[in-house]
Structures are given as structure tokens and as C-alpha cells.
Ligand binder design. Structure first.
Ligand code: SAM
Ligand code: SF4
Length: 336
């Protein structure tokens, strides 16, 4: 295999350039979504295993020097990291300043949306799969729908607009209520995107035969709305296929990560809460940055480790092929 060229960019052998860094700031969570975690939770990382704030900021600054233009904070549940607002402020102070986004379940955002926006957070995606309280409690195994709704409202009031909502449909739980969720989001001006369920749950319960694919979501939405595709030219590297709802201007997105993968246009790189760089959600390998950093590695040494890992990025995730193997790390420990 050829080695990574020396460049101030995160290139891979298939011509892609990574500009979007997903940083997992914690692997802990206060929900137990069925497509993500088992009911009993997972063995969380111990504090000494996690990057400190200074270590995390140092690594993010190296990624920014390597051409990263957007940093998305995620987890686990990012709002559970106590220093989150401070981290956002420190990322916003980097030069050049990256755009800063966050993916969250919204619990606690009613208090934190204002301070996060003031610190420099630009955009937020809030995960909400159903607005039916029973379905919500069944899917997340927690009775926290009201907290998520309050978080969404606070995000809008703090100017984190357009507020995006991420939803996963699960058969027999919330698949029949996807149009209700869209109606609810339209009423409040939230931009809804469905994501196909991927084989990334800790309990390895994903099943291709029961997964709700993008076609099925579209069919169910069409029972209540007129859904018209926006031209592909408006898609770019953004993975969501977007549709006008009832002629627009409102839209709904569907991210068909499994049935129509967008790996060819992927511009992502990932840093886990324990300091591993990953070139893909589905990668079987990762490169440790934490140990070399704690052993005194220079910024150039760390940059070389990052570019090397990104150079090895596979062409596609291979879900559905005979040799596909689910990664050992679940989504919550990689950073979704
Ligand atoms: N806790 C935060 C949240 O839920 O938004 C951030 C982390 S979560 C792992 C990030 C996103 O991944 C969420 O939108 C969640 O719905 C999605 N997700 C988790 N497991 C998934 C799976 N198996 N397939 C597809 N999406 C998944
Ligand atoms: Fe927690 Fe997000 Fe996973 Fe749900 S999807 S269990 S909110 S990390």
C-alpha cells in the first residue's frame, strides 16, 4: 500500500478530502435508544482514558491545520460533558475558525442552548424519532420527550437555525408515525431528516430484512404529503436526499446510508473521546493519538498519524456484501 503524501490536507487514495471532523466528547448517554444501546447501557470510558479538554483542543487544532472546516460535537450525549460550552468557545477561537455544529438528543439544551450559541455554536441537529410519548419511551427506554421538546424550542430561541431534527424509523415501534413527526416538525419550522438504521448498535441486533429503507419512508410520508425530489445538483457532499413537501418551501431529507450509500462523496473524519482517529464509521481499525500525545509527540508527529489513517480510508462501507463485519465500537463510542 502506498504511503500518505505529505500535504496539509486529509486525502485518501480514492481522491476524497476530509473537511468535516466529528468529535465524540463523551461515550456516556442518558437515553438508551434501541438502535444504539442495550437497556443496561455500556461500560463507559474511565476518566483517565478520556481526552482532557486541553488534549482535545490540541488535536482539533491539528485537524483544522490539516484542512478541517467544520467540527461537529457528538457522543454519546455531548451535553453530558460539563466543559462543553468552554470547549465550543475554545474551538471558535481557532484560526481559521471552523464552523461548529452539534448532534444531541436535546436533553438539557433548554438550559444550554443560549450559552452554547454565545460561545460560538453555529448549528444543531437534535435527534427525535417520534412525538408520541409511548413510542418515545419504548424507543429510548426513558420518559424524556418533554425535555427534548424544550431543547428544540430553546435551540430556535437561541438562533441555532435552521433547527434540524434527525430521526430513525424502527419497524413496529415508530414506523407508522413518520408522517405525524413530519407534520409536527413542519408546524414548528424544524427541518426533519430520516436516517436509515445502520448496523452500529452495541448489541448487534441490526437486521437488513426488518430495516426501514428510504423507499418505505417516502411511501409512508406520501400517504399524507406530496413529496417531490430536489435535483441531485443541490445535494453536494451532504448525504441527505431532499424532497419538497407539498410544493415547498419546506423540505424533508432522507439519508439512505444503507440502501444508497454516499461513500464516494464522504468528507468526514472522526475523533473518539479516548483519542482515536477513525476514517469511517465502519472502519475495522483506528489510530491512537492519545498515547503518542501523552508520550510527548509533536504536532507534526500527530498530524502524520492523522494523515496516515485518513489515507487508508476504504472506498465504501460494504454493508450488504459477504465480507462486511460490523465494527467493534458501537455508534455511541465512535461519535455519530
Ligand atoms: N446522543 C446524541 C444524539 O442522539 O443525537 C449524539 C450521538 S448519536 C450516536 C448520533 C446520531 O446517530 C443520532 O441522530 C442517532 O439517532 C443516530 N444513530 C444512533 N444509532 C444509529 C444506528 N444504528 N443507525 C442510524 N443512526 C443511528
Ligand atoms: Fe444516546 Fe444518542 Fe445513542 Fe440515543 S442515539 S442512546 S441519545 S447516544
Amino acid at each position: 500500500m502506498s504511503t500518505a503524501p505529505i500535504a496539509a490536507q486529509l486525502l485518501d487514495q480514492h481522491g476524497r478530502v476530509a473537511r468535516d471532523l466529528r468529535v465524540s466528547v463523551t461515550d456516556r448517554c442518558n437515553l438508551r435508544c434501541r438502535y444504539c444501546m442495550p437497556a443496561e447501557g455500556l461500560p463507559w470510558l474511565a476518566k483517565p482514558e478520556m481526552l482532557t479538554d486541553d488534549e482535545l483542543i490540541r488535536l482539533v487544532s491539528i485537524f483544522v491545520a490539516l484542512g478541517v472546516e467544520q467540527v461537529r460535537l457528538t457522543g454519546g450525549e455531548p451535553l453530558l460533558r460539563r466543559s462543553l460550552t468552554d470547549l465550543v468557545g475554545r474551538i471558535a477561537a481557532l484560526t481559521p475558525r471552523p464552523r461548529i455544529a452539534m448532534t444531541t438528543n436535546g436533553i438539557g439544551l433548554d438550559r444550554l442552548a443560549g450559552p452554547l450559541a454565545a460561545a460560538g455554536l453555529d448549528r444543531v441537529n437534535i435527534s427525535l424519532d417520534t412525538v408520541d410519548p409511548k413510542e418515545f419511551a419504548d424507543l429510548t427506554r426513558r420518559d424524556r420527550l418533554k425535555d427534548v421538546e424544550a431543547g428544540l424550542e430553546a435551540a430556535r430561541e437561541a438562533g441555532l437555525v435552521p433547527v434540524k431534527v434527525n430521526a430513525v424509523a424502527m419497524r413496529g415501534i415508530n414506523d407508522h408515525s413518520v408522517a405525524d413527526l413530519l407534520a409536527w416538525c413542519l408546524e414548528r419550522g424544524y427541518e426533519l431528516r430520516f436516517i436509515e438504521q445502520m448496523p452500529l448498535d452495541a448489541q448487534h441486533g441490526w437486521d437488513a430484512s426488518t430495516m426501514i429503507g428510504s423507499d418505505e419512508i417516502r411511501t409512508r410520508l406520501s400517504e399524507r404529503f406530496t413529496i417531490t425530489p430536489l435535483p441531485v445538483s443541490e445535494r453536494g457532499s451532504a448525504p441527505a436526499e431532499r424532497f419538497l413537501v407539498d410544493g415547498g418551501p419546506a423540505t424533508v431529507g432522507i439519508i439512505a446510508s444503507v440502501t444508497a450509500p454516499f461513500c464516494g462523496a464522504c468528507d468526514r473524519t472522526r475523533l473518539t473521546a479516548d483519542g482515536q482517529v477513525r476514517n469511517c464509521l465502519f472502519s475495522q481499525r483506528e489510530t491512537d493519538l492519545r498515547a503518542p500525545m501523552r508520550d510527548g509527540a509533536s504536532d507534526d508527529d500527530l498530524a502524520a498519524l492523522i494523515t496516515g489513517e485518513m489515507w487508508r480510508k476504504a472506498k465504501g462501507h460494504g454493508i450488504g456484501t459477504a465480507d462486511f463485519v460490523q465494527p467493534i465500537r458501537p455508534m455511541s463510542a465512535i461519535g455519530g
